[in-house]
Design a protein around this ligand. Sequence first.
Ligand code: ZN
Ligand code: ZN
Length: 152
Amino acid sequence: MQNTLANYNFIELIMVDYVELLKAHGLKATFQRMHLLEVLHNHGHMDVEEIYAEVAKVHPSLSLATVYKNIIIMTKKGVLVEVAINGKKSKYEIAKEEHLHLVCTKCGSIQDVFTPFKAIENIDELEKFTVEKQEITLYGVCASCSSILHTS
Ligand SMILES: [Zn+2]
Ligand SMILES: [Zn+2]
């Protein structure tokens, strides 16, 4: 499992030990960090307050500042990824395969879509632009919101 850590996919991630995941990114596997990862794994994309609300259920003594600090460290080290949402607080998720996000402007749900970014694959060659980070977010109405819109 250890040598596949660099390119684990979502299914493998379920089995990856959080201790190994943190160590592979040069971080100490503290109980707090492991709990943060578990919360994010179970809930998907969450902002800092949402993560804190979940974590506080189990560890009421943990402060928001501590949770925030750990989220920032894990994001810097590449364990977590920040997902910027227009007009909203950033969400965080455990780093996984490249994917784009579908954000529903009605209910705020965020859906992962694993599709290759074909159209922008050669952008660094074509534009002589060194890509350091890529994120694609589409805004619209999700399937369940649009079915409500059409039946009412
Ligand atoms: Zn929706
Ligand atoms: Zn995502």
